[in-house]
Design a protein around this ligand. Structure first.
Ligand SMILES: [Zn+2]
Length: 320
C-alpha cells in the first residue's frame, strides 16, 4: 500500500482485487462434480430404454448404445485408444465392436503402465416371454456396469489426475461368450501392453442385503484387491461372497480373458448375489427396479480407490 501510494496518487484497490481473483480462479483446478442419482438415471434411461431393444450384439439397438458411449467419451475429454473409439470384433460373425477410450498417464514413467476399467454394454436382446413385454432391457445386466464406467471416465476426464494410463473399455458380445473382451485382451497382449490390472463391473444396479460390504469381488481369494480397495476407501467397499466362488463367477465375466492373456490381477466388482434380484436375463430387468442412489454412491466411493490404484508409486495389487 505504501509502495502504491508513492507511485500513484489514486490507488484503485478494486482493480487489484479483481486481478487477484482472476489469478486464483486460473490456478485453482476445477474438480469434476460427484456422481448423482439424477446423472445415473439419465444414463440408464437411455441405455436400458425399450428403444435399444435389449442391446444384442450385432443389432441396431446396441449401435445406438455405442454412439451414446462415444458421445459421452468425447464430451468428457476421453481420447480414443485406437484410431477411433471402435474396436471391431474379429471373433464374431456379425458387426460388433467394443468402445475403447483412453487417458494417458501424466507421470513420465508410470504412464507406461495401464489400468483397464471395463464393463460389457451388450445384453441378450428380444426374448420369448409370456407377457406382452419381449424386450430384455438389461438394466442391471449390464447398463449398470456401463454407467459406472462412464461416470468414472467422466471423473478422470475432468480431473486428469492419473499417473498411470487408463483404458476405459465397454465390451460387446459378452452375452455371446465373452467375445468382446477375448478379442480386446488378445489384441492388447499381441501389442505387448504393459497391463497392471483389469477392474470390471457387472450388475451393480441393486444393493446387496444384510452384508457388511458394499460390493463383492469375484476371485476374492486370488489377490489382495479387496484389501487395497478397502484401504483406499477407508471402509469395506469390497468383500467375499461365498456364492461367487461356488458358481465360479471369476470366469464368467470380462475380467477373465485379461486374466488368461496377461496373468495380472483381473477381477469383477458386483452387487448381484442371486437373492437380491429375480430378473436375471429376463424381460423384467428394467430401470424401474434400479437403485440410482446406490449406483451413484458406488461411483463416489470408488473414486478414491481408483485414484489410489492408478497413482500409487508401486504396483500394490498382487495375485497371491
Ligand atoms: Zn453381464
Amino acid at each position: 500500500m505504501l509502495f502504491l501510494s508513492l507511485k500513484s496518487s489514486k490507488p484503485r484497490p478494486m482493480k487489484y482485487v479483481i486481478i487477484c481473483l482472476l489469478i486464483l480462479i486460473i490456478s485453482c483446478k476445477i474438480m469434476p462434480e460427484p456422481s448423482t442419482n439424477a446423472q445415473m438415471e439419465s444414463i440408464m434411461g437411455f441405455l436400458a430404454s425399450d428403444e435399444l431393444k435389449g442391446r444384442e450384439a450385432g443389432t441396431e439397438g446396441i449401435a445406438a448404445a455405442a454412439t451414446f458411449i462415444e458421445d459421452s467419451f468425447k464430451k468428457n475429454k476421453i481420447d480414443p485408444y485406437f484410431d477411433s473409439y471402435r474396436d471391431t470384433l474379429s471373433n464374431f460373425d456379425e458387426v460388433a465392436y467394443n468402445v475403447v477410450g483412453f487417458i494417458e498417464g501424466k507421470d513420465k514413467k508410470l504412464k507406461n503402465e495401464y489400468v483397464i476399467i471395463g464393463a460389457h454394454y451388450d445384453h441378450i436382446g428380444v426374448t420369448q416371454s409370456n407377457s406382452e413385454d419381449t424386450i430384455a432391457n438389461g438394466a442391471n445386466d449390464n447398463a449398470s456396469g456401463t454407467a459406472t464406467v462412464l461416470e468414472l471416465a467422466r471423473y478422470f476426464g475432468g480431473a486428469k489426475s492419473n499417473k498411470r494410463s487408463i483404458i476405459f473399455a465397454l465390451f460387446s458380445a459378452e452375452e455371446k461368450g465373452l467375445l468382446g473382451s477375448k478379442h480386446l485382451a488378445e489384441k492388447l497382449k499381441n501389442a505387448d501392453l504393459n497391463l497392471y490390472a483389469m477392474l470390471n463391473f457387472e450388475m451393480v444396479g441393486v444393493p446387496l442385503v444384510d452384508k457388511d460390504y458394499l460390493m463383492y469381488l469375484t476371485g476374492y481369494e486370488l489377490s489382495n484387491l479387496a484389501d487395497v480397495s478397502n484401504s483406499y476407501s477407508e471402509e469395506k467397499v469390497a468383500g467375499f461372497l461365498p456364492k461367487a466362488k461356488e458358481f465360479n463367477l471369476f470366469q464368467r465375466s470380462d475380467n477373465y480373458p485379461f486374466h488368461e492373456a496377461f496373468a495380472v490381477p483381473s477381477q469383477t466388482y458386483s452387487t448381484f448375489d442371486f437373492t437380491n434380484f429375480d430378473h436375471y436375463h429376463k424381460v423384467g430387468d428394467e430401470n424401474s427396479l434400479m437403485n440410482f442412489n446406490h449406483m451413484a454412491m458406488i461411483v463416489n466411493k470408488l473414486i478414491p480407490v481408483m485414484e489410489g490404484i492408478v497413482n500409487a508409486s508401486e504396483q500394490e495389487i498382487k495375485y497371491n
